[in-house]
Ligand binder design. Structure first.
Ligand SMILES: [Zn+2]
Length: 154
């Protein structure tokens, strides 16, 4: 519905416990106003590899984007919920420091290439030059699904 905001993100499931309406999801940036249709096409637990670090989280392929969101660390839930109290502050909290759970947020049209990386990884190169490797089960299916979703935007 136009002009309506949601208390729960339909993409990542983030729920605003304080009942404060925000135009975008504080966690994944999804437009919650309903003016930009976006649906989850595929999601699965996935490990993100960056530099020497690996983090556990969840990969989302939506009709518009590829997202990876880190699993909530023990004890971070309360701080994160407070971050959702005010959208503006939440955005700041999400975008810097220890509450940053969203490492990968790339629009499908900005994906340059997807290929099988080292080990069981899926290497995702963006047009900006960023390279991310995620380890996810059935990576062949993921690669095909991402390419299909991207091509359906054209
Ligand atoms: Zn979200």
């Amino acid at each position: 519905m136009l002009g309506m905001s949601a208390l729960k993100c339909h993409i990542c499931g983030f729920a605003n416990r304080f009942g404060v309406l925000t135009p975008t999801c504080p966690q994944c940036g999804t437009d919650l106003s309903g003016t930009v249709p976006e649906a989850v096409l595929r999601t699965a637990p996935a490990t993100l590899c960056a530099d020497d670090e690996t983090s556990h989280g969840r990969l989302y392929l939506t009709s518009l984007r590829l997202l990876w969101i880190r699993d909530l660390a023990e004890g971070a839930g309360t701080a994160y919920a407070l971050g959702g109290l005010i959208g503006f502050l939440a955005h700041r909290a999400v975008n810097n420091g220890s509450l940053n759970r969203m490492i990968l947020n790339v629009k499908l049209q900005n994906i340059q290439s997807i290929r099988m990386g080292a080990g069981r990884g899926l290497a995702i190169a963006s047009r900006s030059g960023a390279l991310s490797t995620v380890i996810v089960r059935k990576r062949d299916e993921w690669a095909a699904a991402i390419q299909q979703a991207a091509s359906s935007l054209l």
